[in-house]
Write a protein that binds this ligand. Sequence first.
Ligand SMILES: N=CN[C@@H](CCC(=O)O)C(=O)O
Ligand SMILES: [Zn+2]
Length: 399
Amino acid sequence: MRLWRGGLLATLAGDSGWGLVDDGALLVDEGRLRWVGPAGELPPEATGAEVVELGGALVTPGFVDCHTHLVYGGSRANEFEQRLLGASYADIAKAGGGIRSTVAATRAASEAELLAGATRRARALMREGVTTLEVKSGYGLDAATEARMLRVARQLGGLGIDVRTTYLAAHALPPEFSDADEYIAAVCRWLPELHEQGLVDAVDAFCEHIAFSPAQTARVFDAAQRLGLPVKLHAEQLSDQGGAQLAAGYRALSCDHLEFLSPAGVQALGQAGTVAVLLPGAFYALRETQLPPIAALREAGVPIAIATDHNPGSSPTLSPLLMLNMACVLFRLTPEEALRGLTVNGARALGLHDRGRLVAGQRADFCIWDSAHPRELAACFGHNPLKERVWQGSHQGES
Ligand SMILES: N=CN[C@@H](CCC(=O)O)C(=O)O
Ligand SMILES: [Zn+2]
């Protein structure tokens, strides 16, 4: 057993508030939090535990980055320049760039090359406190490359981080298909074998005028449902397609982006308990001006998560801390909402309920920060006060 003591704990216990514990202690046994509370009230079983002094440092739950496209080949910095000159994300996609340009580079990359790039990126996220990471496929768009991406994602688990994989073959129409319905049939056909290989934890789609229709998305969700896999959706990023209502009908874990979410979509998410994942990096990089309906989401009691959405096109960031800041500055989330978004609600967006708070029984995934209060994590940007990342109760040295 190990005891961390003498820190300011932001436990996020309960449904609101920071859950601060001053001069707090965490007793960890076999990768789980056995006891959390004031150091002056330690339980008898803490006697004899190996002690780590926190010296007044801030402790938060480890970050859960619940939406990334971390595995890919190539770079899309050229599109950054094109967008600065006036082209939109949709213009670039329609001209064959965007996702399809990353598909070409990803297909051309070996598994070792993909793993090397994804490992570098995962380590960068870990350096800012990420302990659970979701990784999507969706740059292969053929059976072999989708499998390669998902295998690479699984291998990232060896770095000392939990990885959840999401099958996103319904991301764009690959060049060898001209009929989107035929492609969707292939997407549904490939899924059972990938699932059989243990490569898929959830299924996602891009429901958008430049991607797939609600009817096509429903076919992918039906295929997921037949296998008992939970679904997620890239919904209402560029337009209102009614994707949120569709996804809510499948009890989706999350709907992500949501700038163009309608009032009916908000209600549907609220009723289904689906998490709204907001992605300030993509909002910022695409110079979007349409804000997700934050007030309505709050009012409907929809849990809000935030994530990096790391991808080479619309959100090439590897900084969850910057996302905390952007979620507050751009979306007007409170710092507490933003931190909950990157911890307990991020976990919920992955269907994980055993992490994201510092309470007894949860996994011992936490971060120790050189900060005086959790609001500083959101208020400051461009520097990283992480002192230590603890994953499953073990100190995680930088590797
Ligand atoms: N919007 C669709 N998918 C990704 C972007 C993928 C890309 O542009 O490569 C996203 O979540 O932002
Ligand atoms: Zn995405």
